[in-house]
Design a protein around this ligand. Structure first.
Ligand SMILES: [Zn+2]
Length: 375
C-alpha cells in the first residue's frame, strides 16, 4: 500500500506526539490512577515514553535505553524528564507494573488498532497468519556435549524446544524459545492480533484465538492466507465458522494423491469455476462445453474444495498477500528490536512483544494522521 508523503519529524518529536495521543495518553492516565501508595516514582508518561523509545530506537535492553536517554537532550525533553532521566531500576519496576496491569495495556493496544482501522478502512480485510521463532535468551544447545546428555537446566525454564524451517541461508532445525503467532493485515502490513506461546506450541492451534481477537478489535476479515503448515481440516472449519475464507496450499495427503482435490472433470475436460455461495457452503462448477447433463453442479466446501478455489487468480493473488506477515516479522525483529530476546519468562517475553508492536502501531497511526505534503 502506498503511504502518503508526510513531513519528516525527528524521532523525539514523534515520541512526544505519541505520548500526547488520546490512545496512549489514556494508558498513562489509567496507570497513574493505579498508584495507590504515595511512593514517589517517575511520572508514568516518562516511563511509557521510555518503553516506546526502546523500540523506536531499536535498543535491546533497558540499560542501553537509559544510557541513550541520559545523553539525549531532545529525548529527555520529549519525555518531560530534563536533567533527571529515569533509572534502570525505575524501568524494571515499570515493566513489572505493566505485567500486573496487562488489561490496561491490552485496552491501549485495542484503541490503537481501532484508530488505525478508522484511518485505514481497508485494514484487516485480508489477513495473513503465521508464527515466527523467538529463541530464548541464552542456552542454545540442547545437548551438553556431542552425543552427551540432554540439558536439564535452562536459564529460561518457561521456554520449550520447537522446530523452525530453513529460511534463506539459515538451516532449519530445533530451537529453544518462544513463537510469536500473528495475524497481519495483508494490505497494510500492520499487525492486527498476536500472541506469544512457547516454541513447542503448534502454530495451527492459534488460528481460532487470533481470529477471535481480530473480531473483538472490530475487524471483519474476508480472507486469511496461511502456509502449508496450517493445512488441516480443523483450521478450515475454524476459519469458515468465523466467515473467513481460508487461503491455504494443499499438503500431499493421501486424499490429494488420490486425486480428490481440485475441480471436477468429465470427458469434455476440466470443469470451470462458476462462483461460490457462502450461505450454501459450496462452489459451483461447469462442464467446459456444457454438453454434460446437468452442465453444472455444486461442490460442498471443504479442505479439498475451498470456497475460493486454488485454481483461481483470486486465490493466487490472496496467497501472495501472505508475504505481509513474513515482512512484518522481519521488520519487527530487525528495525524495532523484537529480536534478540533479552528477557526471560513467558510473561516478560509477551510484554516485550506487546510493547514492540505498540510502538510500531502507534508510529503508523501518527503517520496515518499526519497531514500529507502537497504533491
Ligand atoms: Zn462434460
Amino acid at each position: 500500500m502506498d503511504s502518503p508523503k508526510v513531513p519528516l519529524r525527528s524521532a523525539a518529536t514523534e515520541l512526544a506526539g505519541l505520548l500526547d495521543s488520546p490512545e496512549i495518553g489514556r494508558l498513562v492516565d489509567e496507570l497513574e490512577a493505579t498508584r495507590w501508595t504515595g511512593r514517589p516514582g517517575y511520572p508514568l508518561r516518562a516511563m511509557v515514553g521510555m518503553a516506546l523509545a526502546k523500540s523506536m530506537y531499536a535498543v535491546p535492553t533497558w540499560t542501553r535505553t537509559v544510557a541513550l536517554v541520559r545523553e539525549h537532550a531532545a529525548l529527555q525533553a520529549a519525555l518531560g524528564c530534563e536533567g533527571e532521566p529515569p533509572s534502570v531500576y525505575a524501568c524494571y519496576r515499570f515493566a513489572a507494573k505493566l505485567r500486573a496491569y496487562k488489561p490496561l495495556l491490552d485496552a491501549c493496544l485495542a484503541r490503537v488498532t481501532a484508530s488505525l482501522h478508522a484511518e485505514l478502512p481497508e485494514m484487516g480485510t485480508d489477513l495473513a497468519i503465521d508464527a515466527s521463532d523467538m529463541p530464548a535468551y541464552a542456552n542454545g544447545q540442547r545437548y551438553l556435549s556431542k552425543n552427551g546428555p540432554e540439558r536439564q537446566r535452562y536459564s529460561d525454564p518457561d521456554a520449550t524446544w520447537g522446530h523452525r524451517s530453513a529460511v534463506s541461508t539459515r538451516k532449519g532445525g530445533g530451537f529453544y524459545g518462544y513463537r510469536l503467532h500473528a495475524a497481519v493485515c495483508a494490505r497494510t502490513d500492520l499487525p492486527v492480533a498476536w500472541r506469544v506461546e512457547t516454541a513447542a506450541s503448534h502454530e495451527s492451534n492459534y488460528v481460532a484465538p487470533l481470529l477471535d481477537t481480530v473480531a473483538a478489535r472490530g475487524f471483519d476479515p474476508a480472507t486469511c492466507a496461511l502456509d502449508m503448515g496450517y493445512d488441516n481440516n480443523r483450521v478450515y472449519g475454524e476459519c469458515e465458522d468465523r466467515h473467513v475464507r481460508p487461503i491455504i496450499p494443499l499438503r500431499e495427503t493421501p486424499a490429494v494423491k488420490a486425486g480428490k482435490a481440485g475441480p471436477p472433470s468429465c470427458e469434455h475436460g476440466t470443469w470451470r469455476f462458476a462462483g461460490s455461495d457462502s450461505k450454501r457452503g459450496a462452489s459451483k462448477w461447469r462442464c467446459p462445453t456444457g454438453e454434460c447433463s446437468p452442465a453444472s453442479r455444486w461442490v460442498a466446501a471443504d479442505r479439498l474444495h475451498p470456497l475460493v478455489p486454488r485454481e483461481t487468480p483470486r486465490w493466487r493473488k490472496l496467497y501472495r498477500g501472505r508475504a505481509a506477515v513474513e515482512r512484518e516479522f522481519g521488520r519487527l525483529k530487525h528495525e524495532w528490536a523484537l529480536a534478540p530476546l533479552r528477557v526471560r519468562g513467558l510473561d516478560r517475553v509477551a510484554l516485550h512483544a506487546d510493547l514492540t508492536i505498540l510502538a510500531k502501531l502507534a508510529c503508523a497511526l501518527s503517520r496515518a494522521r499526519a497531514v500529507p505534503l502537497a504533491a
